[in-house]
Design a protein around this ligand. Structure first.
Ligand code: MTE
Ligand code: MO
Length: 309
């Protein structure tokens, strides 16, 4: 398989005992054959899940950096605000409405949505449009798994996503009522069906922390980080291109596609290099499509990539 780029498991680089201690192993729930990361607790029916390193030989970002330096404006615009404020978000119970051009629309509980879906660990590079990057060991599954189950109709061309909009638990929404809440994002259907497009329910061998988008968030590693929408409550299959939050806010700066592209600068800064979070002052060159061109460049054949799509 061409996507395979090594086999480093987060658990292999963490002391095994420490790794196991950080999980809550719930006895008596065996049978699914895969760990399920639901709500606040890790329910580990089976500790073995496959790991694939897609990070092009980059070092994994220390967990404390990936979980304390965040963008999640629903909890404030400062990098530490999400970690400080996101614990107020109630993630259990959680439901995801799947609607639009699908055969099986409905308001699915998280448990129903994830039941029977095998989780896997994937180590991806993550590049924010602000020119910083991380390498994160996510746990989750391909977005296509749940789209196929929803029964995408042939007229569907795009997938729209929406984040929870609950001001009482999200202080950033209260502080910034003029922002166009809820946060929304979208992908073209073929981008959404690409095997790299992932729904994450965990990271670093544990359930997703609230500040990273619990209980489920999108991860699209060849696009700028703002496409990877957090704490999803709604997925809609549409015929027309959906609106996306940063494009609404600043259309000249943030396009719908927003593929990582070192040769196409942001109007206010260069995208050629990136600061490595948790790596001191280290910078590195940003690769085209964040290093995932082999897997995704064909999606954009014939498109002018040096344009703010
Ligand atoms: N709902 C929502 N999703 C969001 C954001 C946000 O503000 N709200 N910020 C985005 C941006 S700009 C980035 S870089 C990533 C950050 O993900 P991380 O905090 O897990 O690194 O989340 C993205 N998803
Ligand atoms: Mo970002």
């Amino acid at each position: 398989m061409t996507l395979f780029r090594g086999n480093i498991k987060y658990s292999d680089i963490t002391a095994k005992a420490d790794f196991l201690n950080r999980r809550q192993i719930i006895a008596g729930a065996a049978g699914l054959g895969a760990a399920s990361f639901v709500g606040g607790a890790v329910q580990a029916q089976n500790l073995e899940y496959s790991t694939t390193d897609y990070a092009v030989n980059a070092d994994i970002t220390p967990k404390k950096d990936a979980t304390s330096f965040n963008n999640f404006y629903e909890f404030g615009t400062g990098k530490n605000d999400p970690k400080d404020n996101a614990s107020r978000m109630k993630i259990d119970p959680w439901a995801v409405e799947i609607s639009g051009l699908v055969d099986n629309p409905g308001n699915y509980s998280l448990e129903d949505l994830l039941s029977g879906i095998a989780l896997e660990e994937r180590i991806y590079r993550f590049r924010c449009v602000e020119a910083w990057s991380m390498v994160v060991p996510w746990i989750g599954f391909s977005l296509s798994d749940i789209l196929k189950r929803a029964g995408v109709q042939s007229s569907a061309k795009y997938v729209a996503f929406q984040t929870l909009n609950r001001p009482s638990e999200m202080i950033g929404i209260k502080r910034n009522p003029k922002f166009p809440w809820p946060y929304v994002e979208g992908l073209r259907l073929d981008e959404a069906m690409n095997p790299l497009s992932m729904i994450a329910t965990g990271m670093y061998g544990e359930s997703l922390p609230n500040q990273n988008g619990a209980p489920l968030r999108l991860v699209v590693p060849w696009k700028y980080g703002f496409k990877s929408i957090k704490s999803i409550v709604k997925i809609t299959l549409t015929e027309t291109q959906p609106q996306t939050t940063w494009n609404i806010l600043a259309p000249k700066e943030y396009g719908f596609y927003s593929n990582v592209n070192p040769s196409f600068d942001h109007p206010r800064w260069s995208q050629a290099r990136e600061r490595i979070i948790g790596g001191g002052i280290f910078k590195r060159d940003t690769p085209m499509f964040n290093g995932y061109g082999e897997e995704v460049a064909n999606l954009y054949a014939g498109m002018d990539l040096n344009k703010n799509y």
